[in-house]
Write a protein that binds this ligand. Structure first.
Ligand code: ZN
Length: 201
């Protein structure tokens, strides 16, 4: 914890003086981010760093393997679904971006030959079962293929939420996908027309 406190002191001394006015404004007016991001919890994939944006610009949901479950009735403590609902219904974001990445430990776990013991992690990455079925006969590195599919699965699941469907139809909410290369910093964006990922130049 000590290095975090040291970091906080640096932030307070060096960055806070520049950010004070922005934060006071955000506190007064409330947040109004235009984009929600569903990203992996992976410590190497920080959306604000990758997109070079500041406080108040992204509403970020992070979890193992950048997943969203499908819409489900009947309550339960659905943290990811609650965050999506907040972003779409309260904040009325224009875009939901699903950000996957290379070397994803969550995707690797889903592919690993091991005893699935019903752990929280097993249950969570079982959301990738439809994606695993799709890549079964594909050539290429299964982990990389599953990283791309994890983005597509989340986009499909987002479309099962009635309030997402409504927001798409009524106010043009956009759903987007991208994959970040941890080693090279490359970003590939999903082309909704072709369904393929293309490098951002
Ligand atoms: Zn990951």
């Amino acid at each position: 914890m000590d290095h975090l406190i040291e970091g906080y002191r640096r932030y307070r001394d060096e960055r806070w003086p520049q950010l004070r006015r922005l934060h006071q404004d955000l506190a007064k007016r409330g947040q109004a981010p235009r984009v929600a991001v569903i990203a992996c919890s992976d410590s190497r994939v920080d959306p604000s760093t990758i997109f070079d944006v500041g406080p108040g610009e992204l509403f970020v949901v992070r979890n193992v393997a950048n997943l969203a479950p499908p819409f489900e009735e009947g309550g339960g403590r659905h943290g990811v679904s609650a965050a999506i609902e907040f972003a779409v219904k309260r904040l009325k974001v224009d875009t939901i971006l699903v950000l996957g990445h290379a070397q994803c430990g969550g995707c690797a776990h889903a592919l690993a030959e091991h005893e699935h013991d019903g752990s929280f992690l097993d249950m969570w990455v079982s959301l990738l079962e439809p994606a695993k079925a799709r890549i079964k006969d594909s050539t290429g590195d299964p982990a990389t293929l599953l990283e791309y599919e994890s983005i597509r699965v989340t986009l499909e699941n987002l479309r099962t939420f009635p309030f997402v469907q409504e927001a798409i139809a009524e106010r043009g909410l956009k759903l987007a996908g991208a994959r970040y290369g941890v080693a090279d910093g490359a970003l590939e964006v999903l082309d909704p027309q072709t369904g393929a990922f293309a490098a951002v130049t």
